[in-house]
Design a protein around this ligand. Structure first.
Ligand code: ATP
Ligand code: MG
Length: 559
């Protein structure tokens, strides 16, 4: 294997298996989503793990839709899942499977179990089954239908399949042990009657297999070697093993790892669906959603998500990863790759009184100091510019090194300016700041070595383009949104200010033609992504991907 990859307990298991020539040394994993929602960042962890192991061990990884639940599954979800896996940079090649492809095989295996006396048709209602199951401390009781003959079971099961019985009237159960300390082995349900149309098999089937019955058999049929899943399936493993052993078929090893929990968000498809259906967000790909499509639209790159998944590693213990761990991954990448530009979010007009009325100049601005090969661009400058409202204070607090009456600051790439006064409207609100500039500081450097403590960004008012900018913040206010008082709902912890839309932000004129999908650093403000859905040619919409850890903060003594 690739020795540069940090090891983990799953890799150690695989290394041992290869050394023992288990499965002839093959490594074959799968990612098995249920198509009942869009994938989220937790699924990305599972995808990177499964496809990453296959890549590193020169094995294979399948994409398999676990589509045994006809009511909740839709083709829209299937398509979004495929798009997301591809976007993350992984390929299943020709190994795209559906559990529903195996319905006939699964049925045939059930017949084998019935013939072996290891499965029976039970007529108990759900309620009765629950009562008979017992509790953790008490053994269950056997169903009165438990001792039906194999022939009778076979006859009933065939008739279940042909649609003779109404929904919920009969189930097929494994015949295991009603006193088993693991409740999941107290004659678990394998098949239910459900006369529902399936998104792929239509009305062919009147019975559908359960997750527990299906999953291990699909793994087995596909020749999976390591079936990697989240910790909650640990208690299901004895059942996974039981089914495969009773049938004597290829037996993959189930390995559990801790699911990803991310702070300030929820990673449950049910809850994410609730946000979407109640219109608390604008769809599955809302840039605030922790879905892969949400992160994509927010401006995350596939490599930043992969880096995150590698960095958090895999463990056996549940924990919550703080959102900044993820944000740092995209920041680090965009710091190196995104072109820097100047934009003003909350504009304040500055008039440079001693600058000639009709003059325009162009300054060379560096596109990315981290990468000289990205070159420079021209930025226009004129008598009137916009600066950030926050960068001016008439009555500054201590250590305010930005623009304030009497104090000189550097306009990035342009000149030193000094504030001489302000103009206010009738309500006393500052509408203009007046300054003078020193022509000797052209380009932003002083010939006499005179130092200024603050450098601020700006946009020429004459040449500006006014863009729509969307500032996103975390979707929930709490680190753990599920930590709410009894009776309260997780939606009560939604961040009411998670999206601020600014409709007319002055930006460098070249940004008018920014292409959907382009990424920029707005100097001192953060990283922004041109929204691929709402932008139109000549009218880009910028989504804030992530704020910037302001590297100028120290110089300016702020934040
Ligand atoms: P549910 O079963 O509630 O619909 P799920 O999130 O388990 O939701 P699946 O489609 O069954 O959804 O998940 C597909 C795969 O992704 C499974 O192998 C599952 O273990 C894994 N997975 C799901 N959530 C996470 C998570 N938060 N972290 C890591 N892996 C996850
Ligand atoms: Mg699941």
């Amino acid at each position: 294997m690739d020795q540069t990859k940090p090891t983990n307990f799953i890799r150690e298991i695989i290394d041992k298996d290869i050394a023992a020539n288990k499965n002839d040394g093959r490594v074959h994993t799968r990612f098995p989503p249920e198509p009942n929602g869009y994938l989220h960042i937790g699924h990305a962890k599972s995808i990177c793990l499964n496809f990453g192991l296959a890549r590193d061990y020169k094995g294979l990884a399948n994409l398999r839709f676990d589509d045994t639940n006809p009511e909740t599954e839709e083709t829209e979800y299937v398509n979004s899942i495929m798009e997301d896996v591809k976007w993350l940079g992984f390929s299943w090649d020709d190994r795209l499977f559906y559990a529903s492809d195996y319905f006939q095989k699964l049925y045939d295996y059930a017949v084998v179990l019935i013939k072996k006396g290891k499965a029976y048709v039970c007529d108990q209602s759900l309620d009765e089954m629950r009562k008979y199951r017992g509790t953790v401390t008490e053994p269950g009781k056997e169903s009165p239908y438990r001792n039906r003959s194999a022939d009778e079971n076979l006859d009933l099961f065939t008739r279940m399949k042909s649609g003779e019985f109404p929904d919920g009237s009969k189930v097929l159960r494994g015949k295991i042990d009603m006193a088993h300390p693991n409740m999941l082995l107290r004659d678990p349900v394998f098949y239910r009657v459900r006369k529902t149309s399936h998104h792929r098999t239509g009305n062919t089937w009147a019975i559908y297999p359960t997750y527990d019955y299906t999953h291990g058999l699909c793994d087995s049929i596909e020749g999976i070697t390591h079936s990697i899943c989240t910790l909650e399936f640990e208690v299901h493993r004895p059942l996974y093993d039981w089914i495969l052993e009773e049938l004597g078929v290829h037996h993959p090893q189930q390995i559990e790892f801790a699911r990803l929990n991310l702070s300030h968000t929820v990673l449950s498809k049910r809850k994410l669906l609730e946000l979407v259906t109640k219109k608390l967000v604008n769809g599955w790909d809302d840039p605030r959603m922790p879905t892969i499509s949400g992160f994509r639209r927010r401006g995350y790159t596939p490599s930043s998500v992969r880096t995150f998944c590698e960095r958090i590693g895999v463990a056996k213990m549940d924990s919550i990863i703080d959102l900044p761990v993820l944000e740092n991954c995209i920041r680090e990448e965009l710091n190196k790759t995104a072109a820097r530009v100047m934009a003003v979010l909350k504009p304040l007009k500055v008039v440079i009184d001693n600058y000639p009325e009709n003059q325009t100049e162009e300054f060379d601005a560096i596109n990315n100091p981290e990468d000289p090969s990205m070159g420079t661009r021209k930025v226009p400058f004129s008598k009137e510019i916009f600066i950030e409202e926050d960068d001016f204070r008439e009555e500054p607090p201590k250590k305010f090194f930005r623009l304030t009456p009497g104090q000189e600051v550097r306009l990035r790439y342009a000149y030193y300016i000094t504030c001489t006064g302000v103009k206010k409207d009738d309500a006393g609100k500052i509408v203009e700041v007046h300054c003078t500039y020193d022509p000797a500081t052209r380009g932003g450097d002083s010939p006499d070595g005179r130092k200024v403590k603050g450098t601020i960004h700006w946009v020429s008012a004459r040449d500006t383009y006014r863009a729509e900018v969307r500032l996103y913040d975390s979707l929930f206010t709490q680190r753990d949104p599920n930590d709410v008082p009894e009776g309260a709902d997780f939606t009560t912890t939604l961040n009411q200010r998670s999206c601020e839309v600014l409709t007319a932000c002055p930006v460098e004129p070249s940004l008018k033609d920014a292409r959907p999908g382009a990424r920029f650093q707005f100097e001192r403000l953060g990283y922004f992504y041109v929204d691929p859905v709402d932008s139109v040619p000549g009218r880009p919409v910028f989504n804030r991907t992530v704020t910037l850890r302001d590297s100028w903060a120290k110089i300016e003594g702020k934040r």
